[in-house]
Design a protein around this ligand. Structure first.
Ligand SMILES: Cc1ncc(COP(=O)(O)O)c(C=O)c1O
Length: 106
C-alpha cells in the first residue's frame, strides 16, 4: 500500500501477515463507507469456514458480523448467502446495535 504524509516522501507499507492485510482491507472499506456518508452499513457477511481472523478483523474495523452457513466441505451455502444479502439490503446494511452474531447459527 502506497502511503503519503504531508511534506514527506511517499512510502510503501507492506503487511507482514494475512491478518494484517485483511484488517487493512476491512478498515479501508469502513473508511470508504464513512466518507460516502454510508457509515450505517456495518454488517459484514462472513462464511463460517472463513479463517478465524476474519470475524476478529471485521469486529476491530467496527463491523457487525453475520455468519454465512457452509456445507461440510466449507463451501458457502448460496441460499443462505442470498437470504442474508436480501435481509441486510432491505435493512440498508444496518445491523442491530451492539450485536455480533458470530457463532449464533442465524
Ligand atoms: C484471509 C486471511 N486472513 C488471515 C490469514 C492468516 O495469515 P497470517 O497467519 O499470516 O496472519 C490468512 C492466511 O491464509 C488469510 O487467508
Amino acid at each position: 500500500m502506497k502511503a503519503r504524509r504531508p511534506n514527506r516522501d511517499p512510502f510503501l507499507l507492506v503487511f507482514a501477515s494475512g491478518a494484517q492485510g485483511e484488517y487493512a482491507g476491512l478498515a479501508t472499506i469502513r473508511a470508504y463507507l464513512n466518507q460516502k456518508g454510508e457509515g450505517h452499513r456495518t454488517v459484514c457477511l462472513i462464511p463460517k469456514s472463513a479463517h478465524g481472523t476474519n470475524p476478529a478483523s471485521a469486529h476491530m474495523a467496527g463491523m457487525k458480523i453475520q455468519p454465512v452457513e457452509v456445507d461440510k466441505y466449507g463451501n458457502i451455502d448460496a441460499v443462505h448467502l442470498k437470504a442474508m444479502v436480501l435481509v441486510f439490503s432491505l435493512a440498508d446494511g444496518r445491523g442491530r446495535d451492539g450485536e455480533c452474531w458470530w457463532g449464533s447459527g442465524t
